[in-house]
Structures are given as structure tokens and as C-alpha cells.
Design a protein around this ligand. Structure first.
Ligand SMILES: C[S@@+](CC[C@H](N)C(=O)[O-])C[C@H]1O[C@@H](n2cnc3c(N)ncnc32)[C@H](O)[C@@H]1O
Length: 400
């Protein structure tokens, strides 16, 4: 269902609640962690909107600013340097009004594509966080994301909301076919959705967004009825993430549903070159999963725990996947490195702590070696930690 841009901010819909909830639940631990790098942070909301919905609900700008203020108030770190930039093509005036309690922020009226370069210029050594929440897909050009990864930042993380079904539908139009699974869009309210026609220009534009031509063979299979619309979307999302992995080592692909029992309708993609950022994302997604399901189900009881792809979580399956993955560690391997790759492969199917528990069990069974540094406390007792930071490391090696 297509709607006018202006309607979006009248009332905050369940879908926006889910997206902003995920931003908030990740951004809070992210800011607390990043302050400990003692490097400045620049947060950029690239499609910021109005800051606030007309029903009084907070939009992504105020959610982020609230978190920044609370983190700054509670940290023991003496000097924190955080810049926040909000870009919107249509609503800079609303942003000025709604963010006036934060006079230190920068508001840019214009397109993200035209302004992000100058925002990031001169930010060498910064931690950079980009929240990318457009209506359509046009602005999601992969080559721009490649460019950000080349910046000389201390770290960079992207959180991208992608209307991947919107991409598939327009890719069908560009390749002269029709997207038949129209029911997918029944409750996916779209604002200013991107429109493509059957032309070379559209094909080029989609290549530019996808960062390659791989999407064309997916649409060709869809056209031949070899795969359905859901499979086409899932294959596209997977390959899009693989493409992003040319620039970012850790790319998490999180399918999101609007209602329980439905197939995923949207993708949240988290890209970073920092494994701990990836692990933090996994744990926060898992922690908030119940709450998100409440939003999605209207608070109905859940009998089983489901993964983001609607699969029922099976503990045996997680154990099996853990064994398959960690049995590849023939040499001593950093626990966090191995964990991050596990979740990139399987998505956020469980919390990092669940895999760690299985690893400890495998150690007891004699299948896995675990080496800690330091291996003893100052009192001489063996250490038991299962997480890594700048003071301690954990390595694992398959024993059989
Ligand atoms: C999905 S809304 C963002 C909602 C916001 N994240 C929130 O939670 O309140 C997308 C916003 O992008 C803006 N926009 C559209 N095209 C843009 C562009 N090329 N660059 C920057 N902003 C754009 C629209 O005006 C709209 O406010």
C-alpha cells in the first residue's frame, strides 16, 4: 500500500516502533562501550524524519539523543566527545523545533547522498555510527557503503533498514516482469516507494543499489517460477549481505516481521568491521526479541521461541551448529572471532551466552580446548571467564 510522505509522521505505526526499538536497544550499549575507546563519536541519522511523531511518540533522532544524554550523565569517563548529525530532505524545520533541547546537534536540510561526504570529512580517528532508514531503496547505493569502509575512522558501523521486497518488486518491473506475490505488500505500508520501469536506466540504477548484477539471476529464476517471492527476497538479502562483506567483515542480516506467524517483511542489516560490535548486536537483538514479539503480536502469548526467520528454536539444532562450526577451529582461535563468524553464518538464532554454555559442555566432554589469558587470578585460582576485552583473551581449539 503506497502512502504520501506526510502521513508517515501522523501516528507511529507498529513497524516504526520495531525499527526504533532495535536502534535504541543496540545504540545504548554501543555508546557506553564506544566511550571507553576515548575516541570521539559521530552519530549520523541519515534519514532523520521530524524527530517526533504527531501522536507524541519519539522518532529515531530523539531516541538516540535521549540515549546519548543518559550515557554522558552516567559515565565515569571525564571528557566525552559526541557529535550528532541529522539529515532530512523534507523536515529540517521540524527537526530544529523538535530537537531544540539539544542545541549542540547539527541539522542538515538536504539529501543524505549529497551531504554525507562532507559530514564524514575530517573525521579521521572517530567512531562513526550511521543510521540509515529511508522510505524506498534508491538511496541505498552499495558503492557509498564501500566508500565509508575505506575512511580512516577508528570504527564504523551501519544500521540499515532495507525494504528488500520493494527491491524485488522494482527489479521485476525493470526486467519486464510483474511481482505476483502482491499479498506481501498488504500490510507493508510504504511511503514514497521507489518506482522503476523496464529500461536500461532502471537496470543500471538497481545494479548500483545492489552493488552488482547478482540480483538479475534471482529475478530470472522468479520469472521462470523456479522460486517464489519469499525465496527471491531471501536470496537477494543473503547476496546483498555477501556483497557488503567485501567492505565490512561482519554483516548481520536480520529479517523482521510485522505480525507473528508472518513471513519476514523487511530486513535490518548491521555492518561493521568490529567483531565485538557484531556480538553486541546479536545479544541485544536476542534480549529484545520478546518485547519485539509483543509489539508484533499485540501481546499474545508465545508458546515457542522463534528465530527472526520464524523457525522454532531447537536447542539440539543450536548444539549441532555449534559443533559443526567450532570443529573447524583446528588451531587456537579467538573465541570472539569464532563467535562472530558463527552468527554471520546463522544469523542471531540465540544469544552469545547460549553458544558459550554449549562450548563449556563440549570442554567437559573433552571435545574442545579452552585457553584463557590470564589463566589464573592474582590469588592463583584458575580463571573461568568466557569473554574477551583489552585485559583478557579466550582461545578455543577443537580437540578431536
Ligand atoms: C522512514 S522516514 C525516517 C523515519 C525516522 N527514522 C524516524 O524514526 O522518525 C524517511 C525520511 O527520509 C527523508 N528523505 C527522503 N529522501 C531523502 C534523502 N535522499 N536524503 C535524506 N532524507 C530523505 C524523508 O523526508 C523522511 O523523513
Amino acid at each position: 500500500m503506497a502512502k504520501k510522505n506526510n502521513d508517515f509522521f501522523i501516528e507511529k505505526k507498529a513497524w516504526s516502533v520495531v525499527k526504533d526499538e532495535l536502534l535504541g536497544c543496540y545504540f545504548k550499549p554501543y555508546v557506553s562501550k564506544i566511550l571507553h575507546t576515548y575516541k570521539p563519536l559521530v552519530y549520523v541519522d541519515c534519514f532523520a524524519g521530524k524527530g517526533k511523531f504527531e501522536d507524541g511518540n519519539l522518532g529515531s533522532p530523539l531516541i538516540a539523543l535521549d540515549i546519548i544524554s543518559k550515557c554522558q550523565a552516567s559515565t565515569k569517563i571525564e571528557s566525552t566527545s559526541i557529535e550528532a548529525v541529522f539529515i532530512d530532505l523534507n523536515y529540517a524545520d521540524d527537526l530544529h523545533e523538535n530537537l531544540k533541547a539539544f542545541p549542540w546537534v547539527k541539522i542538515i536540510s538536504g539529501k543524505y547522498e549529497d551531504n554525507i561526504g562532507s559530514v564524514l570529512r575530517g573525521k579521521n580517528g572517530y567512531n562513526v555510527f550511521l543510521y540509515i532508514d529511508p522510505y524506498g531503496i534508491k538511496a541505498l547505493q552499495c558503492s557509498m557503503f564501500d566508500g565509508f569502509a575505506k575512511g580512516r575512522f577508528n570504527s564504523i558501523e551501519l544500521l540499515i533498514n532495507m525494504n528488500s521486497f520493494g527491491f524485488i518488486r522494482e527489479a521485476c518491473h525493470a526486467m519486464g516482469t510483474c511481482f505476483e506475490d502482491k499479498e506481501i505488500f498488504d500490510d507493508l505500508v510504504e511511503y514514497e516507494s521507489t518506482k522503476m520501469d523496464a529500461s536500461d536506466k532502471s537496470i543500471k540504477e538497481l545494479n548500483y543499489i545492489a552493488g552488482g548484477e547478482y540480483w538479475q539471476s534471482i529475478i530470472a529464476s522468479y520469472k521462470k517460477h523456479e522460486i517464489n517471492g519469499y525465496e527471491a527476497e531471501s536470496q537477494f538479502a543473503e547476496q546483498y549481505c555477501m556483497r557488503l562483506m567485501e567492505s565490512y567483515t561482519y554483516v548481520l542480516n536480520m529479517p523482521l516481521r510485522i505480525k507473528k506467524g508472518q513471513r519476514p517483511k523487511y530486513r535490518l542489516i548491521h555492518a561493521t568491521n568490529h567483531r565485538d560490535g557484531c556480538l553486541l548486536m546479536v545479544d541485544n537483538i536476542r534480549k529484545r526479541w520478546d518485547l519485539l514479539q509483543d509489539i508484533q503480536t499485540g501481546g499474545q502469548m508465545q508458546l515457542f521461541t522463534e528465530t527472526p526467520e520464524n523457525e522454532i528454536i531447537d536447542e539440539d539444532d543450536i548444539r549441532q551448529k555449534t559443533i559443526e562450526h567450532f570443529s573447524q577451529c583446528k588451531n587456537w582461535t579467538s573465541l570472539h572471532d569464532a563467535l562472530a563468524i558463527f552468527f554471520i553464518k546463522h544469523g542471531p538464532i540465540c544469544a552469545t551466552g547460549d553458544v558459550k554454555k554449549i562450548l563449556l559442555q563440549l570442554q567437559k566432554e573433552g571435545s574442545l580446548g579452552i585457553m584463557r589469558n590470564p589463566d589464573a587470578t592474582t590469588y592463583g585460582t584458575p580463571t573461568k571467564f568466557m569473554s574477551e576485552n583489552n585485559k583478557q583473551t579466550v582461545s578455543v581449539r577443537w580437540q578431536k
